[in-house]
Design a protein around this ligand. Structure first.
Ligand SMILES: [Zn+2]
Length: 457
């Protein structure tokens, strides 16, 4: 059998299992074999990966494409993702009635994306809950998100009138009835925040530490408690997205029990890497806020013991100008899809000796499993040839100009990171090489990923 591509002499990283020197054979966009070190195969192209890791492509299950330039984000941000070794993303879709808007949104993204993609549906009204089963079937979307951040007054300011604990409970009941479906929840108790925030503002505080003080870890943990408790009562699989603190993580641990519904935890590269004293200041303003060194340590512990199941960037590609304000009025969120892998490499592999197979687990394999992304997150023959080749020792300073995002800043700009992708393959096509896109990075070559569990299709 002649291969299209043979990646040889690398370190094959098998998520959750281990890493072995060897090679990988690719044909017709699929992985067809793994080879022992020194084994040779006839291939149209052979690439020597000496000293490099060969990993399943990174999956970023939490991006907000559309928050930068709605018309073009799927073009620019999917390119930025490919550059960073990310081969699939799940973005968020929010509109009044999904049944009316989804197809057009998907079609536009299909014409722009250079990597595979899918959506989570943002549930903000009763209609969303009532039509959930229909949307699951019709669009193949098995993951949803509720924003406890947009309850009450905070929701009204954004035009949401229906978000309360009742809607949360109803969404959980509905999700629990759909095979393989999962509800992600943004956990911060937004009703308490003003009582902490207003005095800090009145004092004239304007710093990231104050941003943490206005929404401290226990307001996140309180919401986590409520979500996990309702999960136990409804049997709904829940996912605490962008979890930021030890306090909240311990709350999940308290609620998990054998035979209970899955309680997944996602954290973000920024919570694993930096804290509220970051000199980037308001550029690093996010929800939930950056926490402390203790929280960073606890999240890495959570990755090692399996409590933290996935990492997603919460990528928000806005311009620097939206950040250059007081901490109270600057925009929320950070661009991060292009620095996802280098940050895990620097903070995980280099600073903490976290093994490659653990990083591949939280940055690829578990996301594929949790979100029903068939053929992704694995090097097993038969899987899509979504591959990232990583030079673990390549050191580079983060410069937003090289990341190709619509966003023109990075909260990590100027920082030196060790461990960058040297090649990104999507379904066997080389999209990026040595920090540059290739000619194969053509708009619309990414595929939409329907995500129903296998027996449902
Ligand atoms: Zn988000």
């Amino acid at each position: 059998m002649k291969l299209d591509l043979f990646l040889k002499n690398g370190l094959l990283v098998f998520p959750g299992e281990g890493a072995l020197p060897g090679g990988l054979g690719i044909r017709d966009g699929k992985i067809v074999l793994t080879a022992a070190l020194g084994e040779e195969f006839d291939a149209a192209r052979s690439i020597d990966c000496q000293g490099q890791w060969i990993m399943p492509g990174i999956i970023d299950p939490h991006v907000h494409f559309g928050f930068g330039d709605p018309e073009n984000d799927f073009r620019t941000e999917s390119r930025s993702a490919a550059l960073g070794g990310v081969t699939s993303v799940i973005s968020f879709y929010r509109t009044k009635d999904f049944r009316e808007g989804f197809d057009a949104e998907r079609t536009r993204a299909e014409s722009q994306s250079v990597i595979d993609f899918s959506y989570h549906l943002g549930l903000t009204n009763d209609l969303h809950v009532k039509t959930l089963a229909e949307c699951y079937e019709r669009f193949g979307v098995s993951s949803y998100k509720m924003y406890m951040m947009y309850k009450g007054q905070a929701g009204l300011a954004k035009g949401f009138t229906d978000i309360d604990d009742g809607l949360l409970f109803a969404a959980m009941r509905e999700t629990a009835a759909l095979p393989g479906a999962i509800l992600g929840v943004h956990c911060e108790n937004v009703e308490v925040i003003p009582y902490l925030r207003d005095p800090l503002r009145a004092e004239g505080r304007d710093d990231l530490v104050a941003w943490d003080e206005q929404s401290p870890d226990f307001l996140e943990a309180e919401n986590v408690h409520r979500v996990c408790y309702f999960a136990r009562k409804t049997g709904c699989a829940v996912n605490i997205v962008h979890l930021s603190s030890k306090e909240a993580l311990d709350e999940v641990r308290r609620h998990r029990y054998a035979g209970g519904p899955p309680m997944y935890v996602e954290t973000c590269p920024h919570y694993l890497f930096t804290d509220k004293h970051d000199p980037a200041g308001v550029l690093a303003k996010a929800n939930p806020p950056l926490r402390s060194q203790d929280d960073i340590d606890a999240l890495w512990e959570g990755i090692l013991d399996g409590t933290v199941t996935t990492v997603g960037t919460d990528h928000v590609p806005r311009k620097r100008a939206t950040k250059e304000k007081s901490v109270w009025s600057a925009s929320n969120g950070l661009p991060g899809v292009a620095t996802f892998l280098p940050i895990l490499m620097e903070a995980g592999y280099h600073q903490r000796q976290v093994p490659p197979e653990v990083l591949a687990m939280v940055a690829s394999r578990t996301a594929a499993r949790t979100y029903n992304m068939h053929g992704k997150g694995t090097l097993t023959p038969g899987a899509d040839a979504d591959i990232v080749v990583v030079d673990p020792d390549l050191e580079r300073v983060v410069d937003p100009a090289n990341l190709l995002s619509y966003s023109d800043y990075s909260p990590f700009e100027g920082r030196s990171l060790r461990g960058w992708p040297t090649m990104t393959f999507s379904r066997g096509r080389l999209l990026a090489e040595n920090g540059k896109l290739t000619d194969a990075a053509i708009d619309g070559t990414g595929h939409y990923l329907p995500r129903l569990p296998k027996h449902q299709r």
